[in-house]
Design a protein around this ligand. Structure first.
Ligand code: KG4
Ligand code: ZN
Length: 342
């Protein structure tokens, strides 16, 4: 069965055709990132307006590149939760109209669960049950996964998401948005143990907190610049740190974030007695995170699965794939499908 996936939960407009939940026939992603750069983060109104402008072309391209005819589509799967309200509504409205006009079934899927599904689009796929860490610009969550429709949240961030912390640290250092890829590159040239950054503890050991470490970086930079840590404004300004210091800050911050993500995932896997960990979301594109995750999982007798890099970021192939699996289990949405922000 060919499934058309549509994803518009944040700044991307994506469409993809996937056969039987496994074979990606096309995968088109259009991003409005360049329009958000000067604001240092995604501006919801800009995102949804751009999505409205490009969605028809993106879906057309995905259908064209797939080599199949529109009448061969057996299901339309669309992200309906969680995400930016205006952005979600663009994808949902488009999907509903197309499904209605073609007379094909429609299914709304959860964005975070679809990030978990991205690892099922790889050559080697995980077996249930497993623990999943979804780490992106909007979320940092640990799930216990027993099936595609049996996913339980066991921990999440109490404040900033991990990707958001990368973005904010980059802003403090005067680097560009999004911060993750820039910090990853600079971290390669820095020393990860020069500065002692660490993430705050949480009452539930499986929850996360990234707001403290972000402030610690700001204070550290302020101290280098003015001799005083105060002035906690996260405004963009060139950090007066040397380029050596910036590389060390990036490496030390990144290492602290990686240590926390891995330690908590491993202890979650241990407490749930599973044999595998699945990682997904934008931050999973970080190659140091991937290397260390795989190494430490192996040391602990666990298998570790990452999606291919291009499927770590938001895309519609994961939406089509998850939609197929849930459709097979009997799940359907109807024309009343709406955005769900929870
Ligand atoms: O999953 P995603 O594309 O969108 C959301 O659903 O949020 O994730 C975007 C986030 C951004 O915060 C970005 O800085 C982060 O993923 N990111 C990275 C890397 N590439 C993207 N973080 C660390 N290292 C990277 N290489
Ligand atoms: Zn995402």
């Amino acid at each position: 069965m060919y499934v058309l996936g549509i994803e518009t939960s944040c700044d991307e407009t994506a469409a993809s055709v996937v056969k039987d939940g496994r074979r990606i026939c096309s995968n088109i992603v259009s991003s409005s990132l360049d329009f958000h750069k000067k604001y240092g983060g995604v501006v919801p109104e800009i995102a949804s307006r751009m999505q409205l402008e490009v969605i028809t072309e993106v879906v057309d391209s995905a259908l064209g590149a797939s080599g199949i005819k529109i009448k061969d589509i057996g299901l339309i799967s669309v992200t309906n939760s969680p995400g930016l309200l205006g952005s979600l509504l663009v994808g949902i409205s488009f999907a509903k109209a197309l499904a209605f006009s073609l007379g094909v079934p429609l299914l709304g899927v959860n964005h975070l669960y679809s990030h978990i599904y991205a690892s099922f689009l790889n050559k080697k796929t995980p077996s249930f049950p497993f623990v999943a860490l979804i780490v992106s610009g909007g979320h940092t969550s640990l799930f216990f996964v027993e099936d595609f429709d049996k996913i339980k949240l066991v921990g999440s961030t109490l404040d900033d998401a991990c990707g958001e912390a990368f973005d904010k640290v980059a802003k403090v250092l005067g680097l560009s948005y999004p911060g993750g890829p820039v910090i990853e590159e600079l971290a390669k040239k820095g020393s990860p143990r020069t500065i002692k950054f660490s993430c705050s503890n949480t009452n539930n050991p499986l929850d996360f907190s990234f707001s403290g470490i972000k402030t610690a970086v700001l204070y550290y930079v302020n101290r280098q610049t003015t001799g005083r840590p105060e002035n906690a404004a996260f405004r963009r300004r060139p950090a007066k740190c040397s380029s050596r210091q910036i590389k060390d800050i990036c490496a030390s911050f990144q290492q602290a974030a990686i240590d926390t993500l891995i330690n908590k995932s491993l202890s979650c896997a241990k407490s749930k007695r599973v044999k595998a960990i699945v990682v997904g979301g934008g931050v999973a594109a970080n190659s140091s995170l991937k290397e260390e995750f795989i190494r430490r999982s192996q040391e602990n007798g666990l298998k570790c699965y990452f999606p291919p890099k291009e499927l770590c970021m938001d895309n519609a192939a994961m939406v089509a794939g998850l939609g197929y699996q849930l459709f097979k289990k009997g799940y359907r949405s109807d024309i009343s499908l709406n955005a769900d922000l929870n």
